[in-house]
Write a protein that binds this ligand. Structure first.
Ligand code: SF4
Length: 146
């Protein structure tokens, strides 16, 4: 499907959704221990809509990086191999903010995030997407988007 918005506009909308999430009165306490970033260990991988993938890839490219390399140990490609820090923290996807980490407060309840997910899905559709894609695949594709 032909996109009806450009990626810059989509990124603004996605970042507004992330900002709105931050204002919700839910106790979250991400201390950056990064357990949720080790997909092979957790057996769970975040799925990203197109707008989220673009924001993540843009954050990655902002530091001059040209490609996303898959990690040999099955961790997120954005996880620093020695420090264990997220290297795109400000641009990390919605799932990293809400769903994956017991230590940060456990997954958000569906009703707490449903409207924001719907907005991310609408942006995905307007960008010509057809639904969320697993993080490594999504961001590898998104590195080519301008
Ligand atoms: S994007 Fe960042 S927070 Fe999300 S899984 Fe990857 S390293 Fe972890």
């Amino acid at each position: 499907m032909k996109p009806s918005i450009d990626y810059a506009e989509a990124a603004r909308e996605v970042l507004a959704i992330y900002a709105e999430w931050e204002t919700r009165p839910l106790v979250r306490n991400c201390t950056g221990i990064a357990n949720c970033c080790r997909f092979k260990q957790t057996g769970r991988t975040p799925y990203l809509t197109r707008g989220e993938a673009y924001v993540a890839a843009r954050a990655w490219k902002a530091a001059g990086r040209k490609s996303v390399e898959l990690s040999a140990d099955g961790s997120c490609p954005f996880l620093h191999p020695t420090s264990g820090k997220c290297r795109i923290y400000e641009g990390r996807p919605f799932g990293c903010r809400t769903h994956f980490c017991a230590a940060a407060g456990g997954p958000a309840h569906r009703h707490e995030v449903r409207d924001l997910i719907q907005r991310l899905e609408e942006i995905d559709t307007r960008l010509g997407g057809s639904g969320a894609v697993n993080l490594p695949t999504a961001v590898k594709e998104a590195m080519a988007w301008r």
